[in-house]
Design a protein around this ligand. Structure first.
Ligand code: MG
Length: 468
C-alpha cells in the first residue's frame, strides 16, 4: 500500500504500515465487545472543503483531529455523482445499476416518485441485524419516501430526518438571489420520525444541530448495546442553512459556516464517545455522497485540485474526502489506495462478524486489512456511471473516459475512441491526455469494461416512475 505519513509520525515514513510494531495490532471480529459503527455522510461536500483536505479558509478542527488520529483516504469514491444512486451504492455495497437505483430518465428520486430501494436489497443495517445491532438512520435518506422504502422498512430500528433533498417541495419560484439567504418556508420538506411527519416545513436552520443531538441521544441510549448509526446530513446541499450560532463564523461565507457547523457536530459526537468510554470500541467513518454543486457558484463547494463536480464523471464529482477513525485500532496515516462507499457493507459486516451477502453480485471489498494491518487495498477498479451507463473507468493509477458530458449542461455527449486517458497519480486534475503513450493500458481497461458489461444484470428502473 502506498502511504504518506504525517510528518510528526516519522516512524511511518518507510513502507508505512508494514512495520513490525504494528503486526501485533491485527484486528479480529471476535476480540473484546463487538464494535459500534457511526457513518457520517454529507451531501454535496467537495473533496477540497475540509481543512485536512487543503481548504485554505474553512476551519474544521474536529475533522482534522479525526484524520490525524485515524486514516485519511485520498482516493475514495462514491457509486454515482448524484444523491440517490450514490446512497443506494453505500447502503447495498452494489453498483446502483444492479438495484435499479439509477436511471437515464430522472437522475434522482423526487417527492412524486413511485419507486425506491427494492425490498430484495440488503442494506448495511439489515446485514448487521444478523448480529443483533441496534440500527438508526438520522438525516437524509433519498432511497424512497413511501413507507415501503423508508429506513424503517430497510433494517433500521428508527428514523429521524428529511427523506429527500432539502431543495425539494419548493412552494413557489425562488429567485436565484434568494438562494443566497434562503428561508425554510421556501421548501416544504417534511421532517419524519420513523414513518410519521412531525414537522413541515422542516426548520432547516437547526437541522444540522438537531441531527447531531439525535445522534448523541442514540449513543447515550444504546451505550450498553452495540449500534450502527447512519448520520446523513442534508447539508451542505444548496439551499444552505446554519443555526444562529454559526452565522458569519467562517471566512468562506455561508458555505463555510455550514461546513463548520457539521464539523462542530462531529466534535460533539467524538467527545460523547470519549466521555462514555466508547471511543475505543467505535469506528466512525466520515465522507460525502458526491462532489460540489458547481452550478451554484459560491454557494457550492470546492473539489480542490480535482476537475469537475456533482453530476459529472470527472474526479471532482465522485472522489470524496474520507476519514476512518477508531483510536487504538486503525493505524493512523494517509491512505492513497483505492476505496469506495460500496466497500463499507462488506467491511462493517466483516468487522462485526456478520455474514456478507453471498447470494448476489457485490461490488464492495472488505477494507479491514488496510484499516488494521496496513495491507494494500483489495480495490483496483472504479466504475464511473452516469445513469445506467459507464462513462469512465479507473484501473490502478489510470482512468479512461469513454464518454464525457458537462455535469448539468444541455451539451451533447462526446464519445472518445480511443478514450481520454489520465494518469491520476501524476495528474489528479485530469488535464493531460496520455492515451497515445499507453495503448496497452487502454486495451486492458477496455477489456475490464467489456468483462463488467458481460456479467451485468440491471435492476428494474426505480427512478423513472411517478405517482398517479
Ligand atoms: Mg448529494
Amino acid at each position: 500500500m502506498k502511504t504518506r505519513a504525517c510528518s510528526r509520525r516519522s516512524f511511518l515514513k518507510t513502507s508505512a504500515f508494514a512495520v513490525s510494531a504494528f503486526s501485533t495490532m491485527t484486528c479480529t471480529a471476535s476480540s473484546a465487545k463487538d464494535p459500534n459503527f457511526i457513518v457520517i455522510f454529507c451531501d454535496d461536500l467537495g473533496y477540497g472543503d475540509l481543512g485536512t483536505f487543503g481548504h485554505p479558509t474553512i476551519r474544521t478542527p474536529n475533522l482534522d483531529r479525526m484524520a490525524g488520529q485515524g486514516q485519511k483516504w485520498t482516493n475514495f469514491y462514491v457509486g454515482a455523482s448524484v444523491c440517490t444512486p450514490s446512497r443506494a451504492a453505500l447502503m447495498t455495497g452494489r453498483l446502483p445499476i444492479r438495484s435499479g437505483m439509477c436511471s437515464d430518465k430522472r437522475r434522482v428520486l423526487f417527492p412524486d416518485s413511485s419507486g425506491g430501494l427494492p425490498q430484495s436489497e440488503i442494506t448495511i443495517a439489515k446485514a448487521l441485524k444478523a448480529k443483533n445491532y441496534t440500527t438508526a438512520c438520522v438525516g437524509k435518506w433519498h432511497l424512497g419516501q413511501l413507507p415501503q422504502y423508508l429506513p424503517t422498512a430497510h433494517g433500521f430500528d428508527s428514523y429521524f430526518g428529511i427523506p429527500y433533498s432539502n431543495d425539494m417541495d419548493k412552494v413557489a419560484r425562488v429567485e436565484q438571489k434568494e438562494w443566497e439567504n434562503p428561508k425554510s418556508e421556501y421548501f416544504n420538506v417534511p421532517l419524519m420520525r420513523d414513518t410519521e411527519i412531525v414537522e413541515r416545513p422542516a426548520d432547516q436552520t437547526t437541522i444540522t444541530k438537531r441531527y447531531t443531538d439525535e445522534t448523541i441521544k442514540l449513543i447515550r441510549a444504546n451505550k450498553e448495546k452495540k449500534f450502527f448509526i447512519y448520520l446523513a446530513h442534508n447539508l451542505p446541499h444548496v439551499p444552505l442553512f446554519r443555526s444562529k450560532e454559526f452565522e458569519g463564523k467562517s471566512n468562506r461565507g455561508l458555505y463555510g459556516d455550514v461546513v463548520q457547523e457539521i464539523d462542530d457536530g462531529v466534535g460533539r459526537i467524538l467527545r460523547t464517545l470519549e466521555k462514555l468510554r466508547l471511543a475505543k470500541n467505535t469506528m466512525v467513518v466520515f465522507t460525502s455522497d458526491n462532489g460540489p454543486w458547481l452550478i451554484f457558484n459560491e454557494l457550492g463547494g470546492s473539489a480542490g485540485l480535482l476537475r469537475g463536480g456533482k453530476g459529472g464523471t470527472y474526479e471532482g464529482g465522485m472522489r470524496e474526502p474520507t476519514i476512518f477513525h477508531w483510536p487504538g485500532r486503525i493505524k493512523p496515516g494517509v491512505v492513497t489506495d483505492l476505496g469506495a462507499t460500496m466497500d463499507l457493507l462488506p467491511t462493517l459486516c466483516t468487522i462485526a462478524g456478520a455474514p456478507v451477502p453471498d447470494d448476489r453480485a457485490l461490488d464492495g471489498y472488505d477494507l479491514s486489512p488496510v484499516l488494521f494491518e496496513g495491507k494494500s487495498s483489495p480495490r483496483d477498479i472504479v466504475f464511473f456511471y452516469r445513469g445506467t451507463r459507464v462513462f469512465a473507468l479507473r484501473k490502478g493509477p489510470f482512468k479512461a473516459h469513454f464518454i464525457t458530458k458537462s455535469e448539468y449542461g444541455s451539451d451533447n455527449e462526446v464519445h472518445h475512441d480511443p478514450p481520454l486517458l489520465y494518469h491520476l497519480e501524476h495528474d489528479p486534475s485530469e488535464k493531460y491526455n496520455v492515451a497515445d503513450k499507453y495503448p496497452d493500458v487502454i486495451a486492458d481497461i477496455k477489456n475490464e469494461f467489456n468483462k463488467h458489461l458481460d456479467g451485468l444484470v440491471p435492476g428494474e428502473d426505480q427512478l423513472a416512475g411517478r405517482l398517479e
